[in-house]
Design a protein around this ligand. Structure first.
Ligand code: PGA
Length: 242
């Protein structure tokens, strides 16, 4: 493993969630009013529940500013499938956060919204920590496998593999949005520290390809090999091929 990548292998999903929460909360205690990057998806749900427990036990998360990686487009914020809705339910309300930012899935012009979000990111100052998950296809945010890395926030068609993976969360696969707004690779790479959570045997191959394979835009997470400080918290099943 490259020496910029610190790997924690935990027994199972619950232990991964707890470890991830400990690492994140420690960063927030050291810099309570800094900017932090958040991710959605099934993987960090357990960690967010653990963070809520840490709040109940006295950790104050309320001063931080948060930026999410991505949002479906178009989607209304109050749609239960929106990432805004996910964050409000699992993170913003439980942790008492008010200085929160996501790309706006209701913006009239998606390209202009990406530009506006990019400007917000540029003015946010240093991100102390960026939470990440990894897609089955190696995406980070909605930076899907492609011929090149895209630096800036962008409006993207979702890869068929992502639509298929996310269909489990919808009543009907035809309801999965076909597009999204995502931060680009640049803002992910600018975070001082990356906290990558990975769970399950289904992610073992892509995690190994990302951390130990070629650095290529066809595996977007492979760019993390060039980041100076990556902490990976994986359960045993996800770490099996490392
Ligand atoms: P998942 O998504 O946590 O729901 O597997 C991860 C991702 O797509 O980044």
């Amino acid at each position: 493993m490259l020496r910029n990548i610190k790997l924690h292998v935990e027994a199972d999903y619950a232990a991964m969630s707890k470890k991830g929460a400990e690492i994140f909360a420690e960063a927030v205690r050291a810099k309570p009013s800094a900017a932090y990057g958040f991710a959605t998806g099934s993987t960090p749900e357990g960690m967010y529940a653990e963070l809520a427990k840490l709040r109940a036990a006295g950790t104050d998360f309320s001063q931080m500013t948060t930026f999410n990686l991505d949002e479906y487009y178009p989607i209304k914020a109050d749609d239960p499938q929106s990432y805004y809705f996910y964050m409000k339910q699992r993170v913003f309300d439980p942790l008492g956060l008010t200085k929160t930012n996501l790309p706006n899935g209701e913006a009239p012009d998606p390209e202009a919204e990406c530009e506006a979000y990019e400007n917000k990111l540029a003015n946010a100052g240093e991100f102390v920590m960026q939470i990440l998950g990894i897609g089955n296809n190696g995406h980070i945010g909605f930076n899907e496998p492609a011929d090149r890395f895209v630096c800036r926030a962008n409006y993207v068609p979702l890869a068929p593999s992502t639509i298929e993976a996310n269909a489990r969360l919808f009543d009907n696969p035809s309801q999965v949005p076909r597009h999204a707004l995502t931060v680009g690779i640049h803002s992910i790479m600018m975070a001082k520290r990356i906290l990558l959570l990975v769970s399950g045997a289904g992610k073992a191959d892509i995690l190994a390809a990302s951390l130990q394979g070629d650095i290529t835009p066809s595996v977007p997470a492979s760019i993390l090999q060039l980041h100076p400080c990556v902490t990976v918290v994986a359960d045993k099943a996800a770490a099996a091929k490392l």
